[in-house]
Design a protein around this ligand. Sequence first.
Ligand SMILES: C[S@@+](CC[C@H](N)C(=O)[O-])C[C@H]1O[C@@H](n2cnc3c(N)ncnc32)[C@H](O)[C@@H]1O
Length: 392
Amino acid sequence: MEIHGVTKGGMKKIVAVLLFLALCVNGFVLNRRFNTVALSDLASSSSSSATNHTATTTAPTTTTIPLQKDNDGKIVFTCPPPSGSSDSDSDSTNSERDDGFEKDYTSVSREITTNQTEFLATFRTTNYDAWHKSYNTVKNGSTAFKSKYYPKYLQNGSHLYESACGIGLNLFMTLEILQEGGGGGTSGDGTTGITVYGNEYVPESVEKARDVVLAEGVIPSGNQQGTICAGDSTNLGHVPSGAFDLVYTGYVTPSMDLLGIHTDDPEYDDMTEYDEICSSVWRSNSKNETAKEHDWMGNHLWGIMVQKQRDWYGIWVGEMARIAKPGVPVIIEQVSLPYCVEEEDWGGVIKEFWYESARENTYGWDIDPDSIEMMDDTIHKSRYNVFMLKNI
Ligand SMILES: C[S@@+](CC[C@H](N)C(=O)[O-])C[C@H]1O[C@@H](n2cnc3c(N)ncnc32)[C@H](O)[C@@H]1O
């Protein structure tokens, strides 16, 4: 499995693109009752095939961690016990859903040197996060969005949190862009004095973030490391509410096995069943009535998948919004589109999802729907970045 950089092969791509183009030209697909619905509706919870299914993703139980600071002004909280330990409450998280990713991200993490000097000498030109793109390339592609939305809300003394921070490179990059004045310059007249916090599912990546990438002497000067925990982004119960000046995620790793087909094989690397469902959805666009009737099952399953993915994003972002201060940004970078809409990616949600979920407060985000802004991503063309403000 190639993560994030997203390569899934030639023929499949051509077939997918042709089918998707056909879908776009017609603009319509069928739901399970064989009524025509717009593509956007197909990927929305209001689609008739999506409404009556209870998601297996569970929202975290609310805990109240008091907001406390130490003498240096850092926010203080304690990391959860490692999953698998007797104190762990990992059964109440959704971690097992992403075991396939854990394998990939663990190997990404192992490729990063533990030697700080070596890291500083090499990181700008080596592959970033298994994207097959260098740090410099990713930074160039990220600067337009980050410099538009981050500097305004961060100043000396601010607290910045990244959900699913990996080895900490995105935090490092964000600090550099802020330090450079947000515009990609190198004058150093920008913002420093920021404390960075985060969580990451893969313990080895947390170690790299703490001991190498965000360690003193490596982290862009004038900034400091706060608490970085091994933890699941869909359950940040160890983190105090209303604490941070800006909360973001570099990527919501989508829920992959939405129908639980691979529960006995968590490291599965094969999306065949899901590809068949997409083919069925696309075939429904056919003018052939018999073909339509035979495709009701795929459309029904697709409706369930759409709803479950929305719930996954809803809970992940709900935890981000909870730990943000009132009135501050909650930012989701690199959002992928739903799997059957962009089969070359790993699945996600359409843009309307954000407006609808904020308007209806479906997941308790408490986000101002009028604050939502989006910018298409320049690194992965089908992805987009989302900026939202928590209500005051
Ligand atoms: C695309 S990478 C982002 C890496 C990060 N921005 C960096 O600079 O290294 C996605 C990260 O999300 C982590 N992840 C995936 N699902 C997660 C979850 N449920 N909770 C926490 N981290 C998760 C992965 O382990 C991976 O490190």
